[in-house]
Each structure stands twice: as C-alpha cells, then as structure tokens.
Design a protein around this ligand. Structure first.
Ligand SMILES: Cc1cc2nc3c(=O)[nH]c(=O)nc-3n(C[C@H](O)[C@H](O)[C@H](O)COP(=O)(O)OP(=O)(O)OC[C@H]3O[C@@H](n4cnc5c(N)ncnc54)[C@H](O)[C@@H]3O)c2cc1C
Length: 199
C-alpha cells in the first residue's frame, strides 16, 4: 500500500511528488509513501526551456526531467516506477487499485492524475475528459474539478490535465498546489513546505 500514487511523471506529476515528499521530516508525515508512475512521454521531451522561471538557459526538457528525477530521489518516501497505468479501480470505503502494463498492481489511498492534456487512456474510472479551454486545439483534454483540483474525494488532477495553459511553470505550479493540499489534509491544518538558509 502506497499513500499516494501520481499517474504521470511530467512537469505536473513530478512537481507534485517533489513538493509532497519534501515534507517527509514533518512529524505528521509519519511513514507515508509516494509513487510516481510514468511512461516517459512527457511533452518536455520536445522542449527547450529558455523561458521557464529559474531554469538555466539552454536546458532541454529531457535534461529538466532528469533533474526532476534526481530531485525526487533525495527523498526516501518517494519512488518513480516506469510503466503505463492501464486501469484504476476505486475501492469502497476508500482507496484505489492501479494496474500497470508490466503486470504489477499497486494500491493507494490518494490518487493524483497528471497524464498531460494530450492522452486519456486510463480505464476503470467514471471520468469523461472535456475539451481543454486553454489548449488551443479540440483534441486537448482536461478533467473537471472543484476549482481546487479535487475531482472526487481523494482524487486530484494536476498539470495541464487540470486546465492550465501549456507552460512548464503552470503545470508544475498546479502539481505543487495539489501536493500542498494533500499535505494540509495530513497535517490537519493549512500548511506549506519551506526551508530556510539558517543565516
Ligand atoms: C514542442 C514543445 C515545446 C515546449 N516548450 C516550452 C517552453 O519553451 N516553455 C514552457 O514553459 N513550456 C514549454 N512546453 C510545455 C511543457 O512541456 C508542458 O506545459 C508540460 O510538459 C506539461 O506538463 P504535464 O505534467 O501536464 O504533462 P507532461 O509533461 O506531458 O507529462 C505527462 C506525463 O504523463 C505520462 N502518462 C500519460 N498517461 C500515462 C499512463 N497511462 N501511465 C503512465 N504515464 C502516463 C506521460 O508519459 C508523461 O510523462 C513545450 C511543449 C512542447 C510540446
């Protein structure tokens, strides 16, 4: 059992995972675990990121994805699993079962969907993607949510699939917001994760 499964490890999913895992030493984090499931088809693989705030000039999206993976690896509760998620089933009274194309099945209490705005191939959930309002093309997709990226109890959407415009900072920002909302649930109060320089 993993506490959170994030399907999609592009800008939105990795930002969500990194922000969430960065709280791992808070007392209320307990021994929670986070898994990112990704099949390496992020739009970042085609990008040159000269306008992404804080990202060094000349960084390719592929390099940035590697940096995000290194960044996630510093946190013991998080892991990235390379596979395609095929099917998700909700269990009652709570939790989800996620079936992958490598034959493994994983269970979680909280699900984050961050599969980008170009594909929706997950079976098993009663969700119908809508035309993305900011995607510029009729085949761009988003999932409806409550305005704060919650689709249903314990099911969040992040990255462009949540309706943001196609910029790294926007996709990553939505991922971070979803992470902070999940952390706030765990903390039992509104929270965020800040580190200080010590000077
Ligand atoms: C050509 C191009 C150039 C760009 N240039 C810039 C730029 O200069 N500046 C900028 O800010 N932005 C740029 N972008 C936009 C940026 O890449 C996107 O905004 C960002 O990648 C969106 O993040 P996301 O997490 O929503 O989707 P993605 O990054 O596309 O990630 C979605 C992830 O979900 C995974 N996935 C989907 N379904 C499944 C499944 N069933 N199982 C497992 N994994 C799954 C995919 O493999 C992928 O890794 C560019 C995009 C493109 C295409």
């Amino acid at each position: 059992m993993t506490d959170v499964i994030i399907v999609g490890g592009g800008a939105g999913g990795m930002s969500c995972a990194i922000t969430m895992a960065s709280a791992w030493q808070k007392p209320w984090f307990d021994d929670r675990r986070i898994m990112v499931i990704d099949d390496k088809r992020s739009d970042l693989n085609k990008a040159m990121l000269n306008n992404a705030p804080g990202v060094p000039l000349g960084t390719t999206g592929t390099e940035l994805l590697e940096q995000l993976q290194d960044q996630l690896a510093q946190y013991p509760p998080a892991k990235r699993h390379e596979a395609t998620a095929l099917n998700v089933r909700r269990h009652l009274p709570g939790g989800f079962e996620v079936e992958l194309d490598d034959g493994t099945t994983h269970h979680c209490l909280v699900l984050v969907l961050a599969t980008g705005y170009k594909r929706w191939e997950l079976d098993g959930l009663d969700l119908e993607p809508a035309v993305h309002p900011r995607g510029g093309k009729s085949n761009r997709l988003m999932l409806s949510h409550d305005g704060c990226y919650l689709i249903e109890p314990d099911m969040h959407v992040a990255g462009l699939l949540a309706g943001g415009s196609s910029q790294f900072a926007i996709a990553a920002g939505i991922g971070a917001q979803v992470a902070v909302d999940i952390l706030s649930e765990w903390a039992g109060k509104r929270t965020h994760v800040h580190e200080v320089t010590g000077t």
